[in-house]
Design a protein. Structure first.
Length: 256
């Protein structure tokens, strides 16, 4: 019919009628109800066609064709994760119904189905990084939707935190520097908290730092009314993929 749309019938396909809407990349079976083997097909325009076959059988197609493609949405796509990924490709088509769903994950080649599963490598970290998912569906009338793209990041390495040594006079403003370090690839942020405790471990102050950028120096400021003496401060953090810090280098706070 044109460079994108076409029909096939005949031996060795028997009574099957196949239709393409993507230049022959994929073909969709068309239902027609005749058991006879078909040998030829011709269309006078997009809405009128005839197929002929054994024992004088003639099938007449009178359109218009269903031209509305299905719609597919990817569900449960994480932004960053350290766990195995299971994505559902939810396709819908209100007319002829969904024929099948096609997806490509990174360079894995074409796959069919509505469930995309990806297993991370928590020990060797070999699958850490950004992964690209491309997908589309074709309905039972042969209509193919435009290809969609989405992505998710995998990060299985935990961050670590670092503090420094600080001196402050009691009653003055103190600035406690810290850094949440996280090896690439990573989601770029972490949710952090800071505690100040005595050398014996008693917590005397706690700060909710919220979401902070990783691999960047930060300073938590507060008016220090703590009794004179030596304290330690520690930062705990969970990165964007859900990894909890593996090590904490505590900072020292000397109140004079």
């Amino acid at each position: 019919m044109d460079k994108e749309h076409g029909w096939i019938v005949g031996v060795p396909f028997g009574s099957l009628i196949l239709r393409t809407t993507d230049g022959g990349e994929t073909w969709t079976m068309q239902s027609h109800g005749s058991p006879e083997t078909l040998e030829g097909v011709v269309f006078s325009d997009a809405n009128h066609g005839w197929a002929v076959g054994w024992r004088g059988s003639i099938l007449h197609f009178k359109g218009p064709l269903e031209t509305v493609p299905p719609q597919t949405e990817a569900e449960n796509v994480p932004v960053w994760t350290n766990k195995n990924v299971v994505i559902t490709l939810q396709a819908s088509d209100s007319e002829s119904g969904v024929g099948w769903t096609v997806y490509y994950l990174d360079d894995s080649g074409r796959r069919f189905g509505s469930l995309v599963e990806y297993e991370v490598d928590a020990e060797g970290h070999s699958k850490d990084g950004l992964h690209i998912l491309r997908y589309f569906s074709i309905d039972n009338a042969g209509n193919r939707e435009t290809e969609h793209n989405t992505s998710f990041g995998v990060d299985t390495r935990p961050p670590w935190t670092v503090g420094q040594r600080v001196q402050v006079r009691r009653g003055k403003m103190a600035g406690l520097p810290y850094n949440v370090r996280d090896k690439a690839p990573n989601g770029g942020t972490a949710v952090a908290e800071m505690i100040i405790h005595t050398v014996k471990g008693r917590i005397v102050k706690r700060f909710t730092l919220g979401t902070v950028a990783v691999n960047r120096k930060h300073v938590q400021r507060f008016r220090c009314n703590l009794p004179k003496g030596l304290y330690r401060y520690r930062v705990t953090a969970v990165d964007a993929a859900g990894n909890k810090e593996r090590a904490v280098k505590a900072g020292r706070l000397v109140v004079q």
